[in-house]
Write a protein that binds this ligand. Structure first.
Ligand code: MEV
Length: 431
């Protein structure tokens, strides 16, 4: 697999497919479900959700240039927003110049919660549960033996006390039991929910309490991916700019990062940029991106305030970036084996294990974040956005596929890009 492809955007769709397949060492037919307008068969869609009346399509683009842990990866991204795929590919190239992205993962531990009410003494109840911890875990293992056979299964049990928040909180303290489960290559929601429901009556019996909720937590802070990368400052120097420009951009990115680390208003936008990349990979690979979104933002708010997920530091000759994300994804279960486009995407990425997929998604997120901060710190975001936006506007005012490139190129030269300007330029082009 070789992911450093330049100028992919200039090729026709057929040429793009051929180039991507050649780089991946795959025959185009092997990934038929990814190309063109093919996709999910209607019968499968009907088995997936209720009241199905149609299909909904989004574009699938390929992120190029990505290198994670020394391996090149071509990554499918599904997203409606222009510039995202180009920006990720461009930043991946810069990070590649610094040696590529390194990624590490924790074990895939998910958390299930059992809520316990009506307890007279929380300390006594906690101690009673913890005293029976091994027996409770054994009970779970006996009921769900397949997980141990796969090398995973329940690994620990914890108890947390939740006191009232303030004088307006209507309820007395409650206890929450956390079941920690190693879910290997599954996302794990079904397994964890089943385990919570199974164990809840026993926990109630041990404590004399009343069970309320039994459900996984999407704050998967025991299932983390850390990605790191660095960019040599000269990689920021554009044609016609002096070498000092690279240092200026690197410093600007550090300033942008610290802004987001300090300020939740900026952090929300900063993190949205990261999730542009992460979600696009999750969408293309059939993951529960809502679960990941919920977890990521809760994780970003775990310290004293909601903050940036990534941080970038200017270190003289290099800009260095680092980010840790909770990423619950799976390569088994869910729609992965059912959705042909998802299967094709996973095959293109050449991943088998869930942690590999998580590491690639996080790496794309880091690259996406770098691309956004670089643009914001240098020329501003609108210039790059306008490039693809011009193509959209050209299409919206009725340019034919043959006319779009010429009209978009003219629009890019304009100070103001509006429908009326596009209309006028199209008429001029045609005359
Ligand atoms: C737009 O989709 C994402 C950005 O706003 C991210 C950022 O501001 O860092 C450009």
């Amino acid at each position: 697999m070789k992911s450093s492809i330049s100028g992919l955007y200039r090729l026709s769709i057929d040429e793009k497919i051929e180039t991507v397949c050649q780089a991946a060492g795959i025959e185009p037919e092997e990934l038929d479900a990814m190309w063109g307008e093919t996709g999910l068969p209607f019968e499968q869609a009907e088995a997936m959700i209720e009241n199905v009346v149609g299909m909904f399509q989004l574009p699938l683009g390929i992120c190029t240039n990505l290198q994670v842990n020394g391996k090149d990866r071509l990554v499918p991204m599904v997203i409606e927003e222009s510039s995202v795929v180009a920006a990720a590919s461009n930043a991946a190239k810069m990070l590649r110049a610094g040696g590529g992205i390194t990624a590490t993962s924790t074990e895939p531990i998910m958390i299930g919660q059992i809520q316990l009410m009506d307890l007279d003494d929380l300390s006594v109840a906690s101690e009673a549960i913890l005293a029976q911890k091994e027996a409770l875990l054994d009970k779970l293992r006996a009921q769900f033996p397949a997980w141990e056979e796969r090398g995973g299964g329940p690994v620990d049990l914890e108890v947390r006390r939740l006191p009232p928040l303030d004088e307006n909180d209507p309820l007395p303290p409650m206890l929450v039991v956390h079941i920690l489960v190693d879910v290997r290559d599954a996302m794990g929601a079904n397994a964890v929910n089943s385990m919570c429901e199974f164990l809840a009556p026993t926990v109630a019996e041990i404590t004399g309490g009343r069970v309320r909720l039994r459900i996984l937590s999407n704050l998967t802070d025991r299932r983390l991916v850390t990605v790191k990368g660095r960019v040599p400052v000269e990689a920021f120097v554009k044609r016609g700019k002096p070498a000092s420009f690279g240092h200026e951009v690197a410093k600007g990115i550090e300033e942008a990062s610290v802004f987001a680390e300090r300020d939740p208003y900026r952090a929300a936008t900063h993190n949205k940029g990261i999730m542009n990349g992460v979600d696009a990979v999750l969408m293309a690979t059939g993951q529960d991106y809502r679960a990941v979104e919920a977890g990521v933002h809760a994780y970003a708010a775990q310290e004293s305030h909601y903050s940036a997920l990534s941080r970038w530091r200017y270190k003289g000759e290099y800009l260095e970036g680092e980010m840790t994300l909770p990423l619950a994804v799976g390569t088994v279960g869910g729609i992965i084996k059912v959705h042909p486009t998802v299967q094709a995407g996973i095959k293109l990425m050449q991943v088998e294990r869930a942690h590999q997929l998580a590491e690639i998604a996080a790496a794309v997120g880091l690259a996406q974040n770098l691309a956004a901060l670089r643009a914001l710190a240098a020329e501003g975001i609108q210039k790059g956005h306008m490039r693809l936006h011009s193509r959209n506007i050209a299409m919206e005012v009725g340019a034919t596929p043959e006319e779009v490139p010429a009209l978009a190129a003219q629009l890019e030269q304009q100070d103001i890009v509006s429908h009326s300007v596009a209309q006028r330029l199209l008429e001029e082009l045609r005359s």
